[in-house]
Ligand binder design. Sequence first.
Ligand code: Q46
Ligand code: ZN
Length: 311
Amino acid sequence: MKCRRCAETAVVQLRSHNSAFCKPCFLLFFRRAVERAIDRDRMFTRDDHVLVAVSGGKDSLALWDVLHDLGYRTEGLYLGLGIGDYSAESERKAMRFALSRGLKLRVLALGEEAGSFTISEATSTTRRPPCSACGTFKRHYFDQAAAAGGFDVLATGHNLDDEAARLLGNVLHWQLAYLAKQQPVLTPTHPRFVRKVRPLYRTSELESATYAFLRGIDYVVEECPNSHGATQLVYKDLMNRLEQRMPGSKLMFVTDFLKHGHPLFADATAHPDLGECATCGMPAAGERCGYCRLVSEIERRRAQAVTYSRA
Ligand code: Q46
Ligand code: ZN
């Protein structure tokens, strides 16, 4: 198998692009694909200060590596989720990555921030699924850190596989409000929010894993233990089977949706006027934001449990 660009021996075959690349040409191809997505969707410029949410996994570290390499002004943000060995290992990998490149990494940890709870505390008291509590916590701490740090943009490592699986789930259940929000760039709807972008939305999981491997990035390989059995994985599996039979399906599904489908859903739901949360000051549709409502539900249930055990 020969490299499509230089005819040297290829190390990776990308059936979705009907291509194969040697190491230097693949690294160039990947960087260019990310840069093109940033420019095409006007995500940010080299003047913007970008906060990159890193999990210690291949996608977010590959993203940070590319952005740094391309000369963007970045800082990393790691949020410890308190999920045993998985979180300890992810934090080590994220810190080692930042240290090796002289990059600044902000580290926060659930259960250690004032008034915060871990995911297991949230799920055991409220019986919410772990990923639902995790999503609420992550959104809050990412938004808060981006606003407090004066960043222009918050970038996450969601890749094409994530986007295709999310789109499939949203279409299966006709989640109009979620379809309206499924975009690689989310414009802030309140002055305390910053722009949220997904520069890897056109590059696949295989591509970011290959990039991370070829760049020698030491990332956490294990998946979060809470992801086992998650519906998202069922959608990913379905999309992988489709991709196997029809290479390029994921990219076509997502990009054609954005071009032809998204405009039809963009106004599907009313955007409520956001005020400020009475507890934390972050944007909220009601008196308090979703994060503060979850925290007070945990506190209330814990207090009830103590009362019952004393009775
Ligand atoms: S980290 Fe959090 Fe994921 Fe783990 S608890 Fe679920 S949402 S699976 S990206
Ligand atoms: Zn709040």
